[in-house]
Design a protein around this ligand. Structure first.
Ligand code: SAM
Ligand code: SF4
Ligand code: SF4
Length: 371
């Protein structure tokens, strides 16, 4: 066994201090990047910690007791997150997703939700405010989240079979408790609930049909995600990716499906409905069918670094501005400048066999910027 390399907190990923343009760019809600993509979706990681050790995200061998997670002082405060979110909303963001690590492990997360739910778009509309969770404490927290103003929730669940699920979360966490969390969220009105299943060939592909059967006819929309080569620790191999086309084939053999159109531009899932009218499933084909063309997502890390792509190796250190003597106008102009120069399209380049987008640098980990 080789030695585990422990990255130093705060220096783990490269980040540059954003440039503030001399001529400040006022927000118009119409920002667009070099590929004419608007800025609509902001994902905020509220903690880099998690109580699961899913092998495709935080393998135990790396994220063990010696791993140094970010110290409390490094995390953006709720005020800093809300200030940043407000600036993004003025630039056109309509949807905010809280993620992590496990977002429900961040203390008083409902207070942050309350603060974010008060934000309004330039047209005066509320935001589409949602959260992705492993549901380990969802049953306990669902009501408080709803009361604070959370609209919807996405739950990650990779198997119904308890043995397979416990092996995948590597924390011996039972399926039954996740299902209780989903039920509680549904009861308090955090729907329509989405359930995401990452499919790893040879690990949980036997669970595709059982998962489809379980959620078919319920109010839950099940989505299958291709196992991605994010970060640098999960030992990703192409032969463990189960292409979405094969997932659809497997379900279609048992429950006939028909394709349906996308709900909105930039939607990551391709949608299929059951021909018998009992709901729909989605597939997210990040590996086999790149969707960079419409990618309108920005990601804010736990410590306030802005990433423009899930596969980026460099961020933009917004926290340096937030904790400096900079006005909202200056930070807002810096955000505009960053987005206007964005040209990321890693999945597309990967599909066409072109260069490693990270230029050989260490790519950011999923638990740090969120999914
Ligand atoms: N802990 C929460 C959870 O699991 O829902 C939120 C954070 S997690 C990083 C967000 C999503 O990323 C989850 O749905 C997870 O399954 C997905 N994810 C993590 N690593 C992945 C990988 N290598 N490929 C595909 N999806 C991945
Ligand atoms: Fe934790 Fe979510 Fe990553 Fe699993 S996917 S280790 S639950 S952050
Ligand atoms: Fe967006 Fe990057 Fe994913 Fe392409 S690879 S869809 S640019 S996050």
């Amino acid at each position: 066994m080789g030695q585990t390399v422990i990255p130093l907190a705060d220096q783990r990923y490269l980040a540059s201090v954003p440039h503030i343009p001399i001529k400040l760019i006022a927000p118009t809600g119409l920002l667009s990047d070099t590929l004419a993509r608007p800025l609509r979706d902001l994902r905020i990681s509220v903690t880099d910690r998690c109580n699961f050790r899913c092998s495709y995200c935080m393998p135990k061998e790396v994220f063990d007791k010696n791993y140094s997670f970010l110290p409390q002082t490094s995390l953006l405060s709720f005020e800093e997150i809300t200030r940043t979110a407000r600036l993004f909303v003025a630039h056109g963001v309509q949807k905010i997703r809280l993620t992590g690590g496990e977002p429900l492990l961040r203390k008083h997360i409902e207070v942050l939700i309350g603060m974010l739910s008060a934000l309004r778009t330039p047209e005066g509309a509320p935001l589409d405010l949602t959260l992705t969770t492993n549901a380990s404490v969802l049953a306990k927290k669902a009501q408080a989240l709803k009361d604070a103003g959370l609209q919807r929730i996405t739950v990650s669940l990779d198997a119904l079979d308890d043995t397979i699920f416990r092996r995948m979360n590597d924390a011996d966490f039972p399926v039954a408790d996740v299902l209780k969390g989903i039920e509680a969220a549904d009861k308090v009105g955090l729907g329509p609930i989405k359930v995401n299943m990452v499919v790893k060939r040879g690990t949980n592909d036997s669970e595709i049909v059982p998962m489809a059967r379980h959620f078919k006819g319920s109010s839950v929309v099940l989505r299958f995600i291709e196992y991605m080569d994010v970060g640098a620790t999960n030992g990703w191999r192409m032969n463990e990716v189960m292409p979405s086309a094969q997932v659809i084939e497997r379900i279609n053999e048992v429950f006939p499906l028909a394709a349906i159109g996308a709900n909105s531009l930039g939607e990551t899932a391709q949608r299929w409905r059951y021909r018998d009218g009992s709901g729909e499933v989605g597939v997210i084909s990040s590996v086999t069918q790149a969707f960079c063309r419409d990618c309108n997502r920005a990601r804010l890390s736990t410590e306030g670094k802005l990433f423009l792509c899930l596969f980026a190796s460099q961020g933009h250190d917004l926290r340096a501005l937030l904790r400096g003597e900079f006005s909202d106008e200056q930070i807002s102009a810096a955000i505009a400048h960053i987005w206007q120069h964005r040209d990321d399209r890693y999945s597309e380049l990967r599909s066409s066999g072109q260069a490693d987008a990270g230029g050989g640098e260490r790519r950011v980990e999923m638990h740090y910027i969120g999914g």
